[in-house]
Design a protein around this ligand. Structure first.
Ligand code: NAP
Length: 247
């Protein structure tokens, strides 16, 4: 049985991934920021699918909270065999010239600093040369990192390009110690994130213009993440997998 920590797993891609992990009989630590009801619903769904869920509320931008989250997950489940660094935000659609500094700060705090704090905890705990048993880390990036998101959110796109580079570098650092590190780059996926950016219909509207002619579902991203977590991806590391309908 695998023991997986997923950040931002109360809703969207993180939730779908947690349920797919549960269906494989894995145990899952479900991190989230504030939506208790959504997190409890995800935990019930993981249990119902055949897994075992624990809830760990905490802000990935706080170092103490991230360390406590990894400690709590390990105490509840046993040593982690994998993590999905998924928590992320967008902001309202704006051109760069109009972006307030506090929005830029929060974007990079959550999507870059938070991801690095979580990756660092993995790098301290999973490698065989640090007492771990090896494992698999999956970083959730975005197709935005190669598209740039002009006139929408260049800051978000750039934050995801930073985690692409995190993936490439960390895969090289940790490969010799039995840890694989990969990323997925979702395209337009139907989740709440678009409403939080002020465009609830964005995935459906723009998804129609992709080669596959539709938005993606969170489960379709989750399937790729679960494959990368699993031993079936045993020779895959440093990869950045587009799950974007060809966009
Ligand atoms: P979502 O539905 O908005 O869910 C976001 C999740 O992140 C929630 O569980 C939320 O917790 C959690 N979260 C937010 N800030 C956090 C923080 N500071 N600390 C801990 N948890 C935090 O988002 P999503 O669409 O599933 O996106 C998941 C990831 O996929 C993100 O990294 C996003 O950039 C990436 N992505 C999404 C799309 C897409 O089209 N949906 C495309 C490309 C990439 P609460 O429920 O408690 O608020």
């Amino acid at each position: 049985m695998e023991h997986i920590l997923i950040t931002g797993a109360s809703r969207g891609i993180g939730r779908a991934t947690a349920i797919l992990c549960g269906a494989k009989g894995w145990s899952v630590a479900i991190n989230y920021l504030k939506d208790d009801a959504a997190a409890e619903s995800t935990a019930r769904a993981v249990d119902a699918a055949g897994g075992r869920a624990v809830l760990i509320k905490g802000d990935v931008t706080r170092e103490d909270a991230v360390i406590a989250m990894f400690d709590a997950a390990t105490a509840a489940l046993g040593p982690l065999s994998g993590a999905v660094i998924n928590a992320g935000i967008v902001g309202p659609t704006l051109r760069l010239a109009d972006m307030p500094a506090d929005r830029l700060q929060r974007m990079f705090d959550v999507n870059v600093y938070g991801a690095f704090l979580c990756a660092r905890e993995c790098a301290r705990r999973l490698p065989t040369d640090r007492g771990g048993a090896g494992g698999s880390i999956v970083v959730v990036s975005s197709a935005a990192s190669r598209l740039g998101s002009p006139s929408e959110y260049i800051d978000y796109a750039a934050s995801k390009s930073a985690v692409d580079t995190l993936t490439i570098g960390l895969a090289k650092e940790l490969g010799p110690a039995g840890v694989r590190v990969n990323a997925v780059r979702p395209g337009l996926i139907e989740t709440d994130i678009h409403a939080s950016g002020g465009q609830p219909d964005r995935a459906r509207r723009l998804g129609a213009m992709t080669p596959l002619g539709r938005a993606g579902r969170a489960e379709e991203v989750g399937e790729a993440i679960v494959w990368l977590l699993s031993d079936r991806a045993s020779y895959t590391t440093g990869a950045i997998l587009d799950v974007s309908g060809g966009r």
